[in-house]
Design a protein around this ligand. Sequence first.
Ligand code: F3S
Length: 641
Amino acid sequence: MKLTVAQKIIKNHLVTGELIKGTEIGLRIDQTLTQDSTGTMAYLQFEAMDVDRVKTKRSVAYIDHNMLQAGPENADDHLYIQTVAKKHGIYFSKPGNGICHQVHLERFGVPGQTLVGSDSHTPTGGGIGMLAIGAGGLDVAVAMAGGEYYITMPSIVKVELKGKLKPGVSAKDIILEVLRRCTVKGGVNKIFEYCGEGIKYLTVPDRATITNMGAELGATTSIFPSDEVTHEFLKAQGREEDFTEIKADEDAVYDEEIIINLDELEALVACPHSPDNVVPVSEVKGRKVNQIAIGSCTNSSYMDMMKVAEILDGKTVSEHVSLVISPGSKQVLNMLAENGALAKLVSAGARILECGCGPCIGMGQAPSTDAVSLRTFNRNFKGRSGTVSADVYLVSPEVAAVSAITGYIEDPSEHITSFDIAMPQKFLINDNLVVNPDEPNNDIEVVRGPNIKPFPKGDSLGDKVNGKVLIKVEDNITTDHIMPSNAKLLPFRSNIPYLSDYCLAPCDPEFPKRAKELGGGIIVGGSNYGQGSSREHAALVPLYLGIKAVIAKSFARIHRQNLINNGIIPLVFENENDYDDIDVLDELVIENATDQIKTDKVVVKNINKNKEYNLVLDITDRQRNMLEAGGLLNMIKLSAK
Ligand code: F3S
């Protein structure tokens, strides 16, 4: 059988299942990554498994999200992660070393290997030819303990890039074009595999920009072949020995095909408030801008920053624009400092932030009320910036930089003819912000500050699942809605009881109180419920509030798995019109729940309306067992008995 790049890696890592689309497969995982926002829970869950040392080839714990230290909470989390990492054989990337995906690409990623990360943008690693998938913290904990990672064998979409990008158009525009065509729901259970003559002009960080934002398609992951470009990148990172060539077979069969003519592509922009709300920059040109933020795991590489420095060289940022720049890693910042590009940025009036997620996760730099903010990031959901009334546009570094000078949205093709920047032959390598794991040492004390609270655990499924509908929400509810993430709440990521007062509050501020007063119940959602980040808190906090089931028109992949992992039943309306029939506070009952969840069809009674609805539970037997046990951890414990 002729195979694609993704199929080859899957085949090499297959533990259970076969390469048959739509069936469940279990993969051996070579590498894991966590970041601090999801990491504390992942490590608490790992500790609960009683495994001394990680079984993976490389596991890395990054600190990049909660960098502000306005109180002890974030620092306590960092210390917990550092000590738990040391004890269990995990590399620890200290605060300041950079954004997890950027650093992983530079220093840890290996073509042909599998990577599971507790961050939805883990597919960034696809830029270097890894099969890199975002998952919930518990799935990452299981992978660290040597367990398989399960997915539905995805269909493979061939994205053929023809020709070469014009000046002022870049990798960001390629992924925005894919988002424009496929939408935020278009990638579910798919892998986007890039090929064609156009890829040879894309550097590894360019490719990573594209695979990074493939997460916004809802895709399982995205991937590029590992070729001469990959080889050059690894060589320049002093890691030539990590290179292996991986290319698709000549006659590999794909399930779908997309062709993008790069010569015809223009600079694009994702307008508020969704990454697929994409139009040519020329359509919004001239709109006044108040803030510009350059960075994030999408666009913070050395080459991105160099382009920005060249555009800003000798210019001054508009008086009504606040320009903030976060280089993606210490390596990037160090190189900019050594070659003088940092001075160009500072002298133009940019505010340099530390190497981390910063404004992307709402940790500082919230725009002013009603502001227009241009960001090189990957998400522009309403309120994610920290300012609900702000309009966030997602753009390339080129659009961001040219617009920073005039203060109005500009089309870079009118300003840029070419760049005089070469990919470095050798990156500046200094890993002194990475703490290597020690030899096994049980004497290492794991430090748990008062912010590290136990996580909730599910109960095995009773014979009857019932409760009132506590909230009914619209389509495209994100994990940011379910468990908001902002500078005030992020420090409490290890404190589920505290966070529970904010669950789904952007949709209905009374929801947490209602859930607590009624002792839990059921959530009703629209389509694509739980899109966005991999944040497991969007399942853990509802579990703490007593949520037993979520009934929706459809679910985002990672969130659905997180619900199952935590013993919450994700049910889909067979007839979407039934959504309209249900009201908040209706009492719903699933009789004989243990038997019903063993099949694809579940019937729920609405006591108030005296009606029954047919629901679909299209999950695997393994997932059914997980729901019956009350979550993945319970299931692992049961099978260990
Ligand atoms: Fe960080 Fe934003 Fe990426 S929060 S990991 S820079 S999506």
